[in-house]
Ligand binder design. Structure first.
Ligand code: ATP
Ligand code: MG
Ligand code: FE
Length: 337
């Protein structure tokens, strides 16, 4: 089964050809990051326009890199939510047009299901059930993957997503956009114990997260330094902030691992490419005797190969969408529309 997958939910225009859900024949990603850096974040209107400009080229290259034509493709999978509505619409319209013209089935895929499924690509032996920590620009979820396409959300963020916190703190300490990779890098030169930032606990659900208090604590610290005329140590602030995020993510994850007696733990989403988080979870999992799975960094951030992996399992389940498939900006995980 060959899936042509398309992803355009945020600021990456991407297409891929994936064989049987796990073998990537091509993976083309056009990142708009440079364009949005100018504005300190993703500008939805600009993202949509750029997707329109790039999508045909990206799809054509994905087919060419995989040495196949539309005739060879079994089905077309596309991210239809969640994400920016104008951005999603470009991919959805492209996928519908291709599927209709080539007379192939159309499969709408949940973006976060895609992030989780990125784990299947490099770990051929990974099968549900397992636990997955999803940490991206817009989501922080602790998920029980019960079967392919079947999820139970154990906990989620009450306010900011982890990636959002990285991006906001990076901006505040003058690192610019996108913040995650920059904080990851400068933290290597900082002392993670230099400043003690708060680790939020949520009373009524131990698996829920909250990162806005931490973000405020960093901003207050920066204001305090400015008022006292003290120069901040960028690397120390970055490392201390990152340590607070990583500690909370690891603690919640390991609580869930113990409570649900799982033997497999995976991570997904852009923040899953954070080197400090990967190292901390690797060692925590090994202490618990749990096998740890993580996609390569390029498969953690937005890409279409992960949509091809998720789309394959949806295909096997018999999921097919009609020509009325629409973008669903707030689509819930496990929900099918
Ligand atoms: P979502 O998937 O929730 O819809 P998104 O698609 O915008 O949001 P992703 O592409 O999965 O998010 O991830 C982007 C986020 O990951 C950004 O917030 C970015 O700062 C963060 N990120 C990327 N690399 C790193 C890193 N090395 N360390 C920490 N955060 C990172
Ligand atoms: Mg992105
Ligand atoms: Fe994403």
């Amino acid at each position: 089964v060959l899936i042509l997958a398309i992803e355009s939910s945020c600021d990456e225009t991407a297409a891929a050809v994936v064989k049987n859900g796990r073998e990537v024949l091509s993976n083309v990603i056009y990142s708009q990051i440079d364009l949005h850096t100018l504005y300190g974040g993703v500008v939805p209107e600009i993202a949509s326009r750029k997707h329109i400009e790039k999508i045909n080229q990206v799809v054509r290259k994905a087919l060419a890199d995989a040495s196949c034509t539309l005739d060879d493709i079994t089905a077309v999978a596309v991210t239809y939510g969640p994400g920016l509505v104008g951005a999603l619409l470009v991919g959805v319209a492209e996928a519908k047009a291709i599927a209709f013209a080539a007379n192939k089935p159309l499969i709408g895929v949940h973006h976060i299901e895609g992030h989780i499924s990125a784990n299947y690509i490099e770990n051929k032996e990974l099968e549900p059930p397992f636990l997955c920590l999803v940490v991206s620009g817009g989501h922080s979820h602790l998920v029980r993957v019960k079967d392919y396409g079947e999820y139970e959300i154990l906990g989620k963020t009450r306010d900011d997503a982890a990636g959002e916190a990285f991006d906001k703190v990076a901006r505040a300490i003058g690192l610019g956009y996108p913040g995650g990779p920059k904080i990851d890098r400068v933290s290597n030169e900082g002392n993670p114990e230099a400043i003690i930032f708060p680790r939020a606990k949520i009373a009524d659900n131990v698996y829920d997260f909250s990162f806005s208090g931490l973000k405020s604590a960093v901003l207050n610290y920066l204001n305090g330094c400015q008022m006292k005329g003290i120069d901040i140590n960028q690397a120390d602030v970055a490392a201390s902030f990152q340590k607070a995020v990583v500690d909370v993510l690891v603690e919640h994850s390991m609580d869930a691992v113990k409570r649900y007696h799982v033997d497999k733990f995976a991570i997904a989403g852009g923040v899953a490419s954070n080197s400090h988080l990967r190292a901390a979870l690797e060692s925590a999992c090994s202490k618990q005797g749990v096998k740890f799975f993580r996609p390569s960094p390029i498969l953690c951030t937005d890409n279409a190969a992960m949509i091809g992996a998720a789309g394959y399992y949806e295909y096997l389940k018999g999921v097919r969408h009609g020509w009325d498939l629409n973008a669903v900006p707030n689509l819930k995980l496990g929900e099918r529309i």
